[in-house]
Write a protein that binds this ligand. Structure first.
Ligand SMILES: *[C@@H]1O[C@H](CO)[C@@H](O)[C@H](O)[C@H]1NC(C)=O
Ligand SMILES: *[C@@H]1O[C@H](CO)[C@@H](O)[C@H](O)[C@H]1NC(C)=O
Ligand SMILES: *[C@@H]1O[C@H](CO)[C@@H](O)[C@H](O)[C@H]1NC(C)=O
Ligand SMILES: *[C@@H]1O[C@H](CO)[C@@H](O)[C@H](O)[C@H]1NC(C)=O
Ligand SMILES: *[C@@H]1O[C@H](CO)[C@@H](O)[C@H](O)[C@H]1NC(C)=O
Ligand SMILES: *[C@@H]1O[C@H](CO)[C@@H](O)[C@H](O)[C@H]1NC(C)=O
Ligand SMILES: [Zn+2]
Length: 293
């Protein structure tokens, strides 16, 4: 391909990017933290298998590749609806009712995506690209824990609710949960050092949450998958997240301090659960509770 066509492709891509609606995912930081926490839980067997599947540019670090599905959304438009599972706003998630794409395509939501790529990685004869399956699965485990990814359909999970962050930044409610709370916390408490924030969350995992942590990854119900449960939790957390965040409002300390503990715990839960899932997939225990019944 000559220089000109390539340039045109780049310009077209840039124009598409400028028009694209707000990203619908934890930001880069949230995904990195979720995957970094998961890495810490991997058995040596699972860690080796993961490293073997990572693209070269990740340099052996799963966390470095966990935002890949956001980067390829425009190249893979079918994957777009797999990042979330919006709900009517009743604080509940129901697979049959809510797990579909924007045109009603069955299973095309974050829960369907997690089940899809878990099954694909467990099945050595799956035709799906295993690197992509790993990156999608790891990314979606992050997304499903962000409450606004199971927010209301009517406002696209908070994307159409315009708010101001600390009187200065115009943003929207979805982005507040994806990025702003994490950015502000990193800036105020961790000197903008991502690894310091990850360490603080990990410290809670060994102290504060050590008792409940074992249950996070467990899943006993026969009628739903574990991913249903994660979406149910997020849908429930999304309801209080809308309170005090009306269209046009200004959010500052009060909102920040109520959201931060939720954000930190959801990142921790996503990390612990991703670690458990990857261990089950890659440590030979393939008859896991994670798979759909
Ligand atoms: C499952 O993965 C394949 C391969 O990436 C994809 O084509 C399909 O749309 C996915 N379905 C769901 C529900 O995630
Ligand atoms: C699998 O997907 C990755 C990432 O998209 C790509 O770089 C690689 O070439 C693919 N592998 C195969 C065998 O298609
Ligand atoms: C934001 O603006 C409101 C109303 O003008 C004011 O009460 C509040 O102190 C401001 N907050 C900050 C962080 O500047
Ligand atoms: C640690 O746990 C406490 C109590 O649940 C919570 O308020 C705080 O936000 C957590 N901190 C981090 C860094 O996870
Ligand atoms: C389960 O895992 C074992 C070893 O990892 C493998 O040989 C077997 O084919 C797997 N079975 C299924 C149904 O995926
Ligand atoms: C594997 O799963 C099937 C059904 O899901 C169950 O009947 C069987 O007992 C399980 N096997 C093991 C070894 O856990
Ligand atoms: Zn996403």
């Amino acid at each position: 391909m000559g220089f000109l066509p390539l340039l045109q492709v780049v310009l077209l891509a840039a124009a598409a990017a400028a028009r694209a609606p707000a990203a619908r995912a934890w930001g880069e930081e949230g995904h990195f933290m979720t995957c970094k926490i998961a890495e810490g839980f991997l058995t040596s067997e699972a860690s080796a298998a993961v490293k073997g599947l990572l693209p070269e540019w990740a340099n052996g670090e799963l966390a470095a590749a966990c935002s890949w599905p956001d980067a390829v959304r425009r190249q893979m438009p079918w994957s777009s609806s797999l990042h979330f599972a919006d709900t009517p706003g009743d604080c509940k998630f129901s697979y049959a009712r809510d797990c579909h794409g924007t045109k009603g395509e069955k299973d095309m939501c974050v829960v369907g995506g997690i089940n899809n790529y878990t099954a694909a990685l467990q099945d050595s004869s799956s035709p799906y690209n295993r690197t992509e399956s790993l990156l999608f699965l790891s990314h979606f485990l992050g997304d499903i824990h962000q409450p606004m990814h199971c927010g209301r359909t009517a406002d696209l999970g908070g994307n159409t609710i315009v708010v101001t962050w600390y009187n200065t930044t115009k943003t929207n409610l979805h982005k507040v949960w994806d990025e702003k709370v994490i950015e502000t916390a990193m800036n105020r408490f961790y000197k903008d050092d991502r690894s310091a924030m990850i360490q603080a969350i990990k410290l809670n995992l060994t102290n504060e949450w050590s008792k409940e942590e074992n249950q996070w990854a467990a899943c006993y119900t026969r009628t739903t998958t574990c991913a249903d449960k994660y979406a149910e939790e997020s849908a429930e957390l999304s309801c209080p997240a809308y309170v005090g965040a009306e269209q046009g409002s200004n959010l500052e300390d009060e909102y920040f301090f109520s959201a931060l503990p939720v954000v930190q715990k959801r990142i921790a839960q996503g990390g612990v659960r991703l670690g458990a899932i990857l261990n089950q997939i890659f440590s030979g225990k393939n008859n896991s509770s994670i798979q759909s019944s």
